[in-house]
Design a protein around this ligand. Structure first.
Ligand code: ADP
Ligand code: ZN
Length: 730
């Protein structure tokens, strides 16, 4: 007997499923992907429920089932779960899991490469001869890759194609993934590493190939100091999952990280895994989705959106650098990918591994409460020592104005280079200078859409807003008073440090690494490789270099400004700063030679800096955790933010106040605000924030739902965004 009515969830910002009549002869199941009429057009949805009953004549009919394979129950439960937890409309949560085929470009643009024809150029220039020399080996390269390798612009390559010196060839589409070989030859693990790997393997729920008991899943925190071999260890769990025929998902916080990671994976498994992130094109996405759904792709490495792939037998989820704030999505559906990975793991009965050298306090507390297992590696692989860390008290250093490297740090860099070793100078600020002002009239360049200063990017010759992307040419004369050549850069960005380094060490090879540089992942990968191979003496970089990378010749890390970030009103400011500094200083001494780190600070006695220097991470975490507990902050209490925004400041403020008036918080709940957001204007919208603080036992979602339902409906262009467990307080 077929069901008469299908409740179909549509991937739009709707909270409820719509009812449709099931036509006779169409046998539907829950999870089926169907085509349905919606208003004047046809759209796609997923059958969320089926019921019997008299289909009233007013119900429209399901048009057809359109996919062979429906959405499996665990993924549907995940959508429900996320919608309930984040208060996002259920349809919006569904949209993340249901990428419609018509989303991306349907045709995959065939990749084109170039190779030498053997013909001599009609005209020879220095640039052209460089290309000819590189292409002489006859290999096929991408145009961009050839230009990069030859150190010329793309125009030179085009000129040589026109000239008949190079010819274009169409490359067969790259495979989305190759089968990983779990037993591909690799260096053996050390004793403690093996023990840790076995502990992870013991949690796998899929039965071992040769018989024997299966594990019980759950979450394991893999905590190991930088360089202890966490990646090698969870690779063993991935290998075992492959042997047992279940799929693995490895989540990475940033796309920039995945390129180098893929190489490493390839070295371990002799094959490339499927990579999934926003940079993957439409057709390729479809092929990966299909491969994952069919169970043919054993391992996916991806950014947070990979969490919504339709795995057939998900057996293992690894969240690398689990403490990273980048796992939180801050617009649309505000979900935390690490937390949702735990949820998905539970729904799929898969083992979950959270890996970090500096786990978040939330995860540490979960481990301490016994909800997560904890596997600890206190030492670096191969007996390598952790770097010695010292503070440079900037109050005692004589530094000329407009310069940022202290004499102590400069001397240390020179000394390091003299030994043939590398130094890394770290400043967590992109661009050249965070503020540009006119010396004549004092005018400061501000974003027209946001309440932020424009950051000078000298490399791009532009003033850029880091919030909305607004960019303008850096003018020659002040926009306010017209004085020529009066603009002055205030404060340092990483490009400015690079300039100072080049002036101080004119004969050293310097590489600057920042996520906003042109050339994308490909160039970044080439430069990271150069650093790893010793092709540079000094690296200047933003937080991009802090994570995951392995530079064996690097023995000195200099932190230019350890105090950035400590002053913000973010309750996690201390934790974040500690994690970042610990990560970046941990880049030193990962090879044969011991490393050291020097940290420039104006407040060496600050608990974060003191903990970093003493190396007493445990004590820092204990104190920070105790402080959170006293303040009732997460994970000891719950937080949610309401961000009210509107084109007019008054409208946003008025709506925020109207909401606050009907907040009626029950005991254990506190509503603060509305207060103007620290980022008061973003993309032309004025912002006010309300913060809800609740005790841990309180169902904050129910309270929020109830409050919003009671509250005034936003009118005109007023919008209210809800952020449960906010990570950003801007
Ligand atoms: P973590 O992720 O803990 O910082 P990695 O997994 O990146 O550590 O390992 C640090 C470095 O030590 C890497 O270069 C890695 O290849 C090397 N390494 C770790 N374990 C081993 C091992 N058992 N044999 C050989 N090299 C290892
Ligand atoms: Zn802006």
């Amino acid at each position: 007997m077929n069901a008469a009515i299908a409740d179909v969830l549509i991937p739009l910002a709707l909270d409820t499923a719509y009812s449709y009549a099931v036509p006779a002869g169409l046998d539907l199941a829950e999870g089926d992907v169907v085509q349905i009429p919606l208003g004047p057009r046809e759209t796609v949805g997923v059958v969320w429920g089926l019921r019997d009953g008299a289909a009233g004549s007013n119900l429209r009919k399901v048009t057809a089932r359109i996919a062979d394979e429906g959405m499996a129950p665990p993924l549907r439960r995940l959508v429900d779960w996320i919608a309930r937890y984040t208060l996002a409309p259920k349809g919006s949560a569904l949209a993340m899991a249901l990428r419609l085929p018509e989303d991306g470009p349907r045709t995959e643009t065939a990749k084109v490469g170039v190779r030498a024809t053997g013909a001599a150029p009609s005209r020879i220039t220095a640039a052209r001869s460089k290309v000819v020399a590189v292409a002489a080996d006859g290999a096929v390269r991408g145009k961009r890759a050839l230009a990069l390798e030859s150190g010329v612009s793309a125009g030179v390559i085009d000129g040589l194609i026109d000239d008949g010196v190079l010819e274009t060839v169409t490359l067969a589409p790259e495979r989305v993934a190759e089968p990983p070989d779990p037993d591909h030859p690799h260096p053996p693990l050390s004793g403690p590493q093996r023990t840790a790997a076995e502990a992870l393997i013991a949690t796998l729920t899929a039965p071992p190939a040769g018989g024997g008991p299966a594990g019980e899943g759950g979450v394991t925190l893999l905590e190991g100091v930088t360089g202890s071999g966490k990646t090698e260890i969870y690779f063993e769990a991935v290998a075992e999952a492959v042997r047992r025929g279940v799929q693995s998902l490895v989540l990475m916080p940033e796309i920039a990280l995945t390129a180098q990671f893929l190489d490493r994976f390839t070295a371990r498994f002799g094959a490339r895994p499927a990579a999934w992130h926003s940079g993957i094109g439409g057709r390729r996405r479809e092929r990966i989705r299909a491969g994952v759904l069919a169970g043919e792709i054993p391992v996916v490495v991806g950014a947070r959106s990979a969490l919504f792939l339709p795995f057939r037998h998900l057996g293992l989820v690894v969240v690398d650098e689990e403490h990273e704030a980048a796992y939180k999505q801050d617009d649309g559906v505000c979900y935390h990918a690490r937390d949702m990975a735990v949820v998905r793991g539970k729904l799929e009965n898969a083992a979950v591994v959270l890996a970090s050298a500096t786990p978040s306090i939330e995860t540490r507390v979960n481990a301490a409460r016994g909800r997560y297992r904890r596997v600890v590696l206190p030492e670096r692989f191969g007996g390598r020592r952790l770097p010695e860390i010292r503070a440079i008290d900037m109050r005692r250093e004589a530094i000329p104005r407009g310069r940022y490297l202290s004499p102590t740090l400069t001397a240390a860099v020179a000394e390091t280079n003299a030994r043939g070793e590398q130094a890394l100078l770290f400043l967590n600020r992109r661009g050249y200078a965070p503020l540009t002002l006119c010396r004549a009239c004092g005018h400061r360049y501000q974003c027209p859409n946001c309440s932020t200063w424009l950051v000078e990017h000298r490399f791009r010759r532009a003033l850029v807003c880091h919030h909305c992307g607004h960019a303008e040419r850096r003018p020659d004369a002040c926009a306010e008073c017209g004085t020529v050549d009066s603009l002055t850069a205030c404060g340092p960005g990483v490009e400015r440090i690079a300039e100072e380094v080049a002036a101080t060490f004119p004969d050293k090879r310097v590489i600057v690494l920042s996520s906003d540089f042109p050339g994308g992942a490909e160039r970044l990968r080439a430069e990271l490789q150069t650093v790893a191979e010793g092709g540079c003496d000094i690296v200047v970089g933003t937080q991009l270099v802090a994570k995951g990378h392995n530079f064996p010749l690097l023995t000195l890390v200099g932190v230019l400004d350890a105090d950035i970030g400590l002053a913000s009103g973010d309750p996690r400011a201390a934790e974040r700063t500690f994690q970042l500094l610990q990560q970046v200083t941990g880049r030193a001494g990962r090879g044969e030679k011991p490393g050291r780190a020097l940290v420039q600070t104006y407040q060496p006695e600050h608990p974060v800096i003191a903990a970093l220097i003493s190396g007493d991470a445990e004590r820092f975490y204990e104190e920070e955790t105790a402080a959170r507990e006293v303040a009732g902050l997460p994970p000891f209490g719950r937080l949610a933010a309401l961000i009210v925004s509107a084109a007019e400041r008054e409208a946003a403020e008025a709506h925020g106040q109207a909401l606050a008036r009907v907040a009626e918080p029950p005991p254990g709940v506190m509503v603060l605000g509305p207060a103007e957001a620290p980022l008061a204007l973003v993309r032309g919208r004025h912002r006010f924030r309300l913060l809800v603080k609740a005790e841990r036992e309180i169902d904050i979602q129910s309270y929020l739902r109830d409050w919003i339902a009671r509250g005034p409906k936003p009118r005109g262009n007023v919008r209210v965004a809800i952020d449960v467990d906010p990570q950003s307080f801007l």
